[in-house]
Design a protein around this ligand. Structure first.
Ligand SMILES: [Zn+2]
Ligand SMILES: [Zn+2]
Length: 371
């Protein structure tokens, strides 16, 4: 039977989550096989500590253990799964903050993602938008070195100022030495004797930042704009992260976008479609005149060249495609009905003949539905 996790970590039964974390951290540092090659049992002890931590750091698991012990956890389907050597390293890395094998030195700042929303006209014209976001910045009070101004910063005792620790890994092929980041100074090689009061020694603080983002004309929904160096501050000596602005373009009631083209539908009464004429169609900027040829059929598409969206970072513009939606009149007055009857009687085969095949007509009708 495994040992009592409280005993393993050396914490009281009413220890807080913070106490559990602290105790495991201290134990892990002592026992981790990568840094404790001289103790042949270190790996086993580390596993035991990690399992104890897995139980006590999860409130649900901890409650189950408190009531039913290890037996209860086993029957509840919980079993620790870090028996492979690699996963111990993974666990270690996760616990100590992303120290990956082979990497040493200060960590670069993380990226930040924010979303902005604009309407289609703004997307067409380009826009300058101010975005505000939460970001980790270098602490102004200590200039990022983590020490209260005027207090000494001393060489890290743990790594002797190197910022790195030599980690010995036992593998089936023998011992392998790799370098990991010093957990005491986080790669600085130096530690503050009196941590900065503003940032509690971290050298970084969280704040809200606003930047102006230039959204280029022609941007599409879902595209991202990268602002290099506007993300989270890196550790001293490492680069800052980037800011990614996700652009969302609101759905427009008048236009559907297809690449650089815009598509709109125009209602035309059947007699007008037969007669033809000049019509007004909505455009991004307002409206424009378009010629409707006599005999325009339902589903035909008229094109207004250059009235679509600007192509991103190019001078050309897409087209506005106008889908002609022919409306057949309903609810006729007696007078209109008489006119229709007379028109219908006068129509001959010659008036209705189309050069299109049935197949072409179907394809056009189905295609226009898809648009
Ligand atoms: Zn500070
Ligand atoms: Zn150190």
């Amino acid at each position: 039977m495994p040992r009592d996790p409280y005993d393993v970590l050396g914490v009281a039964r009413d220890a807080s989550a913070q106490d559990v974390k602290k105790a495991f951290r201290a134990l892990a540092m002592e026992l981790h096989p990568d840094v404790n090659a001289h103790d042949p049992d270190a790996e086993e002890k580390f596993k035991e500590a990690a399992e104890a931590n897995e139980i006590l750091s999860d409130p649900e698991r901890r409650a189950t253990y408190d009531r039913y012990g290890h037996e209860g956890l086993r029957s509840g389907g919980y079993a620790p799964n870090f028996d492979a050597f690699g996963s111990i390293s993974d666990l270690f890395n996760a616990f100590f903050g992303g120290v990956s094998a082979g990497r040493a030195g200060p960590a670069p700042g993380g990226d930040v993602a924010v979303a902005v929303e604009l309407d289609l006209l703004e997307a067409a014209n380009g826009a300058k938008l101010e975005v505000a976001y939460e970001v980790v910045e270098r602490c102004e009070h200590c200039h990022g070195n983590g020490a209260e101004p005027g207090t000494p910063i001393t060489t890290c005792a743990r790594c002797g100022g190197a910022g790195q620790l030599q980690a010995v890994t036992r593998t089936p092929l023998g011992q392998m030495v790799r370098t990991i980041l010093c957990d005491e100074c986080h790669g600085d090689g130096r530690v503050a004797e009196q941590p900065c009061g503003e940032c509690r020694g971290r050298g970084r603080v969280s704040s809200t930042r606003a930047v102006e983002v230039e959204v280029p004309a022609g941007i599409s929904d879902g595209q991202r704009i990268r602002l290099g160096g506007h993300g989270h501050a890196g550790e001293a000596g490492a680069p800052d992260g980037d800011l990614y602005v996700l652009v969302r373009v609101r759905v427009d009631e008048r236009f559907v976008r297809e690449g650089d083209d815009l598509i709109t539908a125009l209602d035309v009464a059947a007699p007008l479609a037969a007669l033809g004429g000049v019509l007004e169609v909505p455009t991004l900027e307002g409206s424009a005149s378009i010629e409707l040829p006599a005999g325009t059929q339902p589903g035909e598409v008229l094109t207004l060249r250059g009235a679509g969206m600007p192509a991103l970072r190019r001078s050309r513009r897409g087209d506005l495609r106008v889908l002609v939606n022919v409306l057949v009149p309903r609810r006729l007055s007696p007078e209109q009905r008489e006119l229709m009857e007379r028109l219908n009687e006068s129509l001959s085969e010659e008036n209705l003949r189309s050069p299109e095949s049935v197949f072409a007509k179907l394809r056009r009708a189905l295609g226009s539905q898809a648009a």
